[in-house]
Ligand binder design. Structure first.
Ligand SMILES: [Zn+2]
Length: 351
């Protein structure tokens, strides 16, 4: 299986080309400042380039699909002359009110791109655009987001915060070249931090070598000695321990708007530094039905482990999946009273 691709999902009008309003003629086409150069730099850094565009003008009857395809052919040929090869271009031709699954911020265009270019590592991917719907799209697919300053939004009225606000695609490419992408921006050794697709490959190999695989998962927000005790016990259930880490938006969904206290990449790095943890697996965001099931389906462990509060394995939400793959359950024995919520309470009461 090919390694999942790191993608920069690019909005079109206002990002790659100047937004003159319903751009559809070749004569309307004008790149934003040094856009081809920016794309070439990103491509050189190993990013796949996918254009994702809402083209409701088609449903409005302002122009046809053929017009759009001709314009895209023109854009591709101009870019190729500068050595830029787009991996694919996908767009939504539907009306704003059509309720389709592919108009950004819906995620349909990402799925369509994935059918064309193969598996995508969403967590390490980026979405860049000049509208809030681009940022919504990015959050919905679990990618990082960059919002270009434009008349379409005001900083004080943004409902969703992007990971970065920038002037242009050019500035974005410069930031990427400086290693500002999540998981790349720190001096942490990250070999143990893997995606669920990578976990599937590694687990298959280890299983073939007769190793007993163990999984557990959680938020691990503010790591404490209770976590260490649980992870040591989990590790003892087999030979190799895979720890699934809930994405930031999944932690927020489960524990409220003030969580997580620590961002995902930092939670992953802390876990990866523990000797009893063999692999840290980043999990899909809360847009996925049940992120933990994707961990079980990738690793297909011999044993799944949960904390003392989870009770008997037959009551776990993953029980059906565990039975399907013949996975045993192990509940950690409660030996201490460490808890992140308690620690936070203590800190708040400390003068
Ligand atoms: Zn659509």
């Amino acid at each position: 299986m090919a390694a999942p691709k790191r993608v920069v999902f690019l909005d079109r009008d206002g990002t790659i080309n100047l937004d003159h309003g319903y751009v559809h003629r070749i004569s309307d086409w004008e790149f934003t400042q040094r856009a081809p150069e920016a794309l070439r730099a990103l491509q050189k850094e190993g990013w796949s380039l996918v254009v994702v565009s809402n083209q409701a003008g088609i449903a409005d009857g302002r122009f046809s699909k053929d017009d759009v395809d001709i314009l895209h052919g023109y854009m591709k040929s101009l870019l190729q002359k500068t050595g830029v090869y787009l991996d694919t271009i996908v767009y939504c031709p539907h009306h704003r009110e059509a309720g389709c699954a592919c108009r950004k911020p819906e995620i349909g265009l990402a799925r369509k791109a994935e059918e064309i270019i193969g598996p995508i590592d969403y967590k390490r991917s980026w979405v860049i655009g000049d509208k809030e719907s681009d940022i919504g799209f990015g959050k919905n697919i679990g990618a990082q987001t960059a919002l270009i300053r434009s008349p379409y939004w005001q900083p004080e009225s943004l409902k969703i915060q992007p990971d970065m606000i920038i002037e242009s695609l050019l500035e974005f490419s410069e930031k990427m070249a400086n290693g500002e992408s999540k998981f790349d921006r720190y001096n942490w050794r990250n070999e143990k931090i893997i995606t669920s697709a990578e976990a599937a490959e590694i687990a298959a190999e280890l299983r073939g070598m007769g190793r007993r695989l163990v999984t557990t998962n959680g938020s691990f927000d503010l790591i404490h000695a209770g976590h260490l005790d649980q992870l040591e016990e989990a590790r003892k259930q087999g030979d190799v321990l895979f720890v699934g880490v809930n994405a930031d938006n999944a932690v927020t969904a489960a524990k409220g708007p003030s969580r997580p206290l620590i961002p995902e990449e930092a939670r992953c790095a802390m876990l990866a530094a523990l000797i009893c943890v063999d692999y840290v697996v980043t999990m899909p965001g809360s847009y996925s039905e049940e992120p933990m099931l994707s961990l079980l389906e990738s690793v297909k462990p011999h044993v799944q482990v949960n904390g003392p509060d989870y009770g008997e394995p037959t009551t776990w939400v993953e029980w059906a999946t565990m039975q399907k793959f013949g996975i045993k359950g192990h509940t950690i024995v409660k030996r201490n009273n460490f808890s992140t919520s308690e620690i936070v309470k203590n800190i708040r009461s400390t003068k």
